[in-house]
Design a protein around this ligand. Sequence first.
Ligand code: 5GP
Length: 193
Amino acid sequence: MNFLEERILKDGIVKEGNVLKVDSFLNHQMDVNLLDEIGKEFHRRFADLNITKVLTIEASGIAIAYAVARCFNVPMVFAKKTQSINIDGDMYTTEVESFTHKNRNQVIVSKRFLSSEDKLLIVDDFLANGCALQGLLSIAELSGASVEGIGIAIEKGFQYGGRSIRNLGYRLESLAIVESMDAATQTIVFREQ
Ligand code: 5GP
């Protein structure tokens, strides 16, 4: 079991509706040492790639993406969520459905910050049905940047996002893949990797 799996077992809380709460260490209160470890681990796993930028989506991807970008010593860009429909032509835009909030957001990245020269590592805190990731992939595609790798802290393996993104041929690595979890017993089972 790796450091993140151990921490999830210690402090993660399984909620009804297939939601794993990790807000005491990852996406509300943040354990900065754990974030550093996550950054180092993704750097180790993707060290063979010539990454020029790390891309994520606000809000909860930002801290992880910072830690990863710090290790690669490259800029980090986060896609912003906005309700506005008056987006000017200087933005790459797409729509993303939120798993946690059950709404749709316009997601934007300024054209100044991504280009066809970029080799991206996309990172996020969770992968569930893959909507957030699909949004980031379409932003990357609009910019012409290549997606070299995808790093996810926690993948919920019983939802279809991971399978569909891997089927598209992307190099997707998740530090912890939850195979099953149960709110009544607070049991969490990880996939052997
Ligand atoms: P997806 O778009 O893959 O369906 O869901 C990914 C996004 O939803 C992530 O960016 C994450 O913020 C949020 N999310 C999905 N599942 C969970 C969960 O079980 N717990 C938490 N805390 N966030 C989740």
